[in-house]
Ligand binder design. Sequence first.
Ligand code: FAD
Ligand code: UDP
Length: 382
Amino acid sequence: MFDYIVVGSGFAGSVIAERIANILNKKVLIIEKRSHIGGNCYDYKTKEGIIVHRYGPHLFHTNYKDVFEYLSNFTDWQLYHHKVLAFIEGKKVPIPFNFNSIEMLFPHILAERLINKLLSKYSYCSKVPILELKKEDDKDLKFLADFIYEKVFKNYTAKQWNKRPEEIDPEVTARVPIFIGRDNRYFNDKYQAVPVEGYTKIFERMLFHPNIKLMLNTDFREVIKIDLGTKKIFFFEQEFKGKVIFTGMIDELFEYKFGKLPYRSLDLKFETLETEYFQEVATVNYPNDYDFTRITEFKHIHPIKVNKTVILREYPKDYNPEKDIPYYPVFTEENRELYFKYKELAEKFENLILVGRLAEYRYYDMDDVVKRALEVFEENIR
Ligand code: FAD
Ligand code: UDP
């Protein structure tokens, strides 16, 4: 009946299904646990017309021309440069921390000295991860590094990961480096935009195809069985010989054989306010105050003239498999090792392919996932 089965309809699963349907002209079944497509990129319009990202703010940014061009087949774009402020010592300062942030927080003479010191060490417009800046032994730079570490990273990271910055993969805090210059944008990538009609429309256009069948509200475990002995995959009790592309949690796929991989989850609290705007920019981070990490106001991302606004507060927490969504793999050495055990096992299955943030246990952004899915299609499926 089907040549391929895809588990999950986020970007990983949807890109692969779309390629199979259009390029190979083969039949594909997508099995999706949620009641909608799009995974964590799903968005919707409120009755006021405000586009809201159901699973947290999603900003598209990439340096991959091929990814931008591929997605442009399914959407028009609206130019959008994401801006983030962090509430520090009573002021809202630009993040990534940059010269403007320094000038807002320190007296003029000190600010000038800190900026000159940075410029004597690093080239203009370069980016310095906080854990690198912390290694400086110059007195001024050390003072600055300690300040940024304490006020921007330490408590935010404690809330988000329940860990100190040194306890997680350095790439995590390096996502938001100190910027040697005055660019207040959160990202510097060449392509930065949001889909004019939102992300869900992209998925609809990818998946509305006669070769694609979608089973929503279905946990793959209801219909697929993995035989760890014979390394065969069964669909409704019958051996499935076509390829299975799996984009869910790898530990769940193998019934936690080697133990559970840790994930962090979020409580997302949305609020509709009877006011035109709530805050100055799309996202304000609160590293040192409150239990939430940040507030996002969606009207800044998808502008619309209405006198209401929707905001979202994100409260990080540990993932509970009974009721939560596993938003973030927890990137530590130990967890990576556990992941590799699962990956090794997966490789013993001839017709199983793992793609995506959960299946590969990686901190993939949307563009990384699309890039990866396009590569996997070319290398392992086509
Ligand atoms: P997912 O989108 O998670 O899709 C996996 C799909 O598999 C889901 O639909 C899920 O329901 C389904 N599934 C899981 N288990 C089962 C099962 N047992 N049975 C059936 N189906 C199952 N990226 C950016 O580029 N920019 C951003 O600004 C950005 N912001 C983010 C903010 C937050 C709060 C989060 C959590 C992520 C953000 N991302 C952002 C990352 C982005 O969400 C991911 O890169 C992308 O969603 C990964 O796609 P995926 O297909 O791998 O995973
Ligand atoms: N981070 C921080 N303070 C901030 C912003 C980010 O400590 O104000 C750290 C924190 O550890 C966070 C990581 O940098 O998890 C990556 O931030 P990013 O904004 O990329 O996280 P995401 O949007 O993926 O949740």
